[in-house]
Structures are given as C-alpha cells and as structure tokens.
Design a protein around this ligand. Sequence first.
Ligand SMILES: *[C@@H]1O[C@H](CO)[C@@H](O)[C@H](O)[C@H]1NC(C)=O
Length: 397
Amino acid sequence: MASRFPAPPTAIFPILALNFLIISNSIASSSEKPTDDAAAAAFFIFGDSTVDPGNNNYIDTVPGNRADIPPYGQSGFASGPTGRFSNGRIIVDFVAMYAKIPVVPPFMNPSSRYRHGVNFGSGAAGVLPETNQGKVIDLRTQLKQFDKVVSSLSVELGDKEARILISNAVYCISIGSNDYLSGYLSSPEMQERFGPEEFVGMVIGNLSETIQELYLKGARKFIFPSLCPLGCLPALRAVNPKADGSCFEEVSSLALAHNKALSAVLISFNHIFKGFKYAFTSGFYSWFHELVHNPSQFGFKDGINACCGTGPYGGVYSCGGDKEVKDYTVCEKPEEFVWWDSFHGTEMSAQLISKTMWDGPPEWVAPYNLRQLFFETGKERIEDLVDEEDGVEPLAV
Ligand SMILES: *[C@@H]1O[C@H](CO)[C@@H](O)[C@H](O)[C@H]1NC(C)=O
C-alpha cells in the first residue's frame, strides 16, 4: 500500500445540524452483549451499483441501471452476466469470501435464502428517494425489504434465534455517489434549491436516520465504504470543463465533504449508541487518488481509462451496447485496469480494495477493520469495558 497520501483537493465543509442524533436513554441502553465469540454468520448489504448483485434485473428501469448483458461478468466468476456492474466480482463478494460466508444473494431473487444475509443493493439508487426516482430501489425501500427479511427469519428460526442472528450480523451500507452525480449535479432545480453544503447535509441526515433505524432493529456492526474521488471516474474526467485530462475536482469535493460529514456522525454514534461498532474506510479517498495517479504501484497499468466504453477515457457510458450510445470497445486485459466501465471498477480493483478493507491498518479503515468486525465480536473496546464495569450509562445528547 502507498505510505504517503497526496493532499486532498479543497473541500467544502458542511455544517450539520446534529439534533437528529437525539435518542432516549432507555433505547440506547437496551442493547445486548454479544453472547459468544463466534464469527458473524450473516452479512446484510444495502446500497447502489457498488454492491448490487443483480436486484435491478428484477425491476422496471432503464438499460443504464442494469448490468445483465455481456461483457459484464465476463471474468468467469459466474457463467455469464449477473447484474453486477463489473467484469466479475464486486467488493462485497470478496468480503463474504474472506468472512467464510456463501455469496450473499440478491433480495429480489425469490429463491434467495436469508440465513447468511441478503443483499438489497440497487444500481443508481441514492440515499434520497428523489435520486433516480422510479427507476431504482431507494435506501428507504431497501430498509422496508429488510423488515420483511426479519419477519421471515423470525418465522423460520424463532424470535430469539432471529434476534441473535440480527445482532451478530454485519451490515454494509455503500451509497451516496448517485445523490451527488444524478440527484444534484444533473439537476438544475436541486442546485437552485440547495447549496452544496446543504445538500450534503440532507444526504447525511437521511443516511444517519437509516443507520439509527437499523440500530433500533438490532443491528450493531456496520461497514461504511467512503466515497471515492468521484471526479476521477472516467465519466466525470471526460466531462471536466477544464478538458485537460484531470479529475473533475468540483465533483470530488462533494464526495470529500460527504465522507467528512459521515465520519463525524459515526464518531458521535459511537458515543451515543451502546455496542455500535463500525468500519469506516477513512483513508480510502486519498488512497484512491493515489491508485488512479500511480496505478503501477498497485499492480495496474491504467488508472484513467475505462476498459469498456467509448469516447475520451472510455467515459461515455456505453459498455454492453444497450444504452443511448451503442458503440463500445472492451480492452483485452481488464486486470490491468482500475476502471471497468465509465463509472465502476474492475474485479481486480474490487479485490485490492476488499483486501485492504479486510485487514488494513487504522489509517485506512477504522476503528475496526472488517476482519475484526466479522471475527472478533467478543472483543469489547476499553470504553465498552469501562461502561460495563462501572455501570456508566452511555452518553446521551
Ligand atoms: C431527508 O431528505 C429529505 C429530502 O428527501 C429532506 O427534506 C429532509 O430534510 C432530509 N432529512 C434529514 C434529517 O436531513
């Protein structure tokens, strides 16, 4: 891994109203201590195309929100395209593998079982219901689907076993890019109504509510992949008005502001919600900057161009030939590319990222890495032990 990170671009700092953090003491202290040291045996996934395993194959949407045709999925991981926005596996596939859990199935597939978790991710989805409305399964709807899964698990396992499964499970929420790219930057009305900081505050406010709701339903262990420098996506590099081949920094700054605001929320949740444990990839943004600018350090040849697409940097989103622009080419060696299509990484990128998330150092993923989150559930942090021994109530705002 790169040891030095380049200075991040100028950021905008959202001012957040933290009053949505209020929660009553009785709820906050009702959490149960994990009963054993067993590995988390279930993995629940929420989010967008970064995690969609094929849910959008089942909904009414536009071709750009689906990845169900070749060359998607050509790496040989499955017999053909699965709906994953990649040439093969995505980050959560590798994470499940490291956690020794079967591949987490799409919720929308009626034959999916829930014992080891299920994946609600939907390509193009946002935190806000307005983002790509009507063409995606938004985060709020994904949460409703989770309720159905909980009911079904209670019937299958009994209430007590289901509760244990829910509280030992790991929850990944990977979402936000579409709120900025489609919901904000492609919407003159939204930009008219809200300044960038205000918009980031709204996204983070809604995301915080979702995290709290999951916590109240019994979830304890969370993974939050931070947003990458969005302006370095081939699609955004291609439309940078500077037209000098650089990343579109104004777009990246929204991602950076989002990450900072989310980090602040997570730190406060850590104080407020007893037993709340999380992995946040705080160093991911800078690391990704390094990856696209110095790909050879990481074993890649190309950090700029999409393997599959057309136009400058492969930035015209045409991979597969079923979208507005039909022309596209596919590179011969996707494993040498960071980017698979105009918006999404290759299987090789997913593997590199997931490995680092799995057992990376605290500069990269903190306060827990994924291995600790999945396998060291019995290990309490010092603050938690102090809480237990002194009977001190967790902080309330
Ligand atoms: C959630 O988003 C809506 C817009 O969809 C916004 O009106 C509301 O203020 C947001 N909630 C929070 C807590 O930020």
